[in-house]
Design a protein around this ligand. Structure first.
Ligand SMILES: Nc1ncnc2c1ncn2[C@@H]1O[C@H](COP(=O)(O)OP(=O)(O)OP(=O)(O)O)[C@@H](O)[C@H]1O
Length: 267
């Protein structure tokens, strides 16, 4: 792993004692996490460990039962998902959430819908300025589509894209918010080895632009090769945190997480 000189000294995303309860079930228990700019921070753990719940809580989709989260030093507790997004935290979902009947370009423009709403008002009162602003968003969306490898597909229906391309489109839409933190929930699920390697390259490029990436990923080899830091959850608790080499040598991690993988490989 090459250390990026842009890595921020202070974490851009920081949570302390984060806890999420669903009735009697504690899905996330007292988790501390620091994610720095220009790093890929993997969040791993067995099924049901609390990874998605943690991401859902950080991004305002699930309410925290306790603890606090700071994004660039500002508290995000109690904020709605769209407010968290506006503060600079964008995400993709475990199950792809695109508007299949809309074009690729329209799906990316949804990423800046609040700005577009403003531009619709502008259309009524200040037509010229609004048109200019809209053209700027479209240019920006096209640039992002080219960046994620979807050049020339603007007019295609999102639902007709190949699966791997839909994953890329979701990332482009998230990047439309120009986030300081990008949360990717199992972006490589269902991909073959080549597609995974290509997506890993794209994620590295996003890191190189200074963005902090929190990545939920099950593929141990991908995590080992791609991430700068790894946090391991087990039964909702953080059991390890550090650079990948040390993490995968940790006995608790091996028994909680890798042990399961080895058993499967042997079985
Ligand atoms: N909305 C919910 N209501 C009740 N329980 C939930 C809810 N969401 C998650 N859980 C429970 O919280 C625990 C953590 O689930 P979560 O989906 O966060 O784990 P995960 O680590 O993301 O798992 P996976 O790798 O399978 O996606 C599980 O026991 C799950 O059943």
């Amino acid at each position: 792993m090459t250390q990026n000189p842009q890595i921020s000294a202070e974490p851009v995303l920081s949570c302390r004692g984060l806890t999420v309860r669903f009735g009697g079930l504690v899905a996330v228990r007292g988790v501390d996490l620091d994610v720095h700019g220009a790093t890929i921070h993997a969040l791993i753990g067995p099924n049901g460990a609390g990874k998605s719940t943690l991401i859902n809580c950080l991004t305002g989709f699930v309410k925290a039962s306790g603890g606090e989260t700071l994004l660039a030093g500002r508290p995000v507790a109690g904020k709605a998902a769209y407010e968290v997004a506006e503060l600079g935290m964008a995400r993709t979902f475990q199950n792809i959430r695109l508007f299949g009947g809309m074009t690729v370009l329209e799906n990316v423009l949804v990423g800046c819908h609040r700005n577009l709403e403003r531009s619709i008002l502008d259309l009524l009162f200040r037509r010229a300025k609004a048109a200019e602003e809209e053209a700027r968003f479209i240019d920006q969306a096209r640039e992002l589509l080219a960046f994620v490898g979807l050049n020339g597909r603007d007019g295609q229906l999102a639902g007709s894209l190949a699966y791997g391309h839909q994953r890329r489109l979701e990332i482009a839409r998230a990047l439309m918010l120009a986030p300081s933190v990008l949360l990717l929930d199992e972006p490589m699920a269902g991909m073959n080895v080549v597609e995974k390697a290509e997506l890993a390259e794209l994620i590295s490029q996003i890191r190189a632009d200074g963005t902090a990436i929190l990545l939920v990923e099950h593929d141990v080899e991908i995590v080992r090769s791609l991430s700068d830091r790894v946090t391991v959850l087990h039964h909702g608790e953080k059991i390890a945190d550090g650079p990948p080499d040390g993490i995968f040598a940790d006995a608790r991690v091996q028994s909680a997480y890798l042990g399961r993988e080895v058993t499967h490989a042997e079985g």
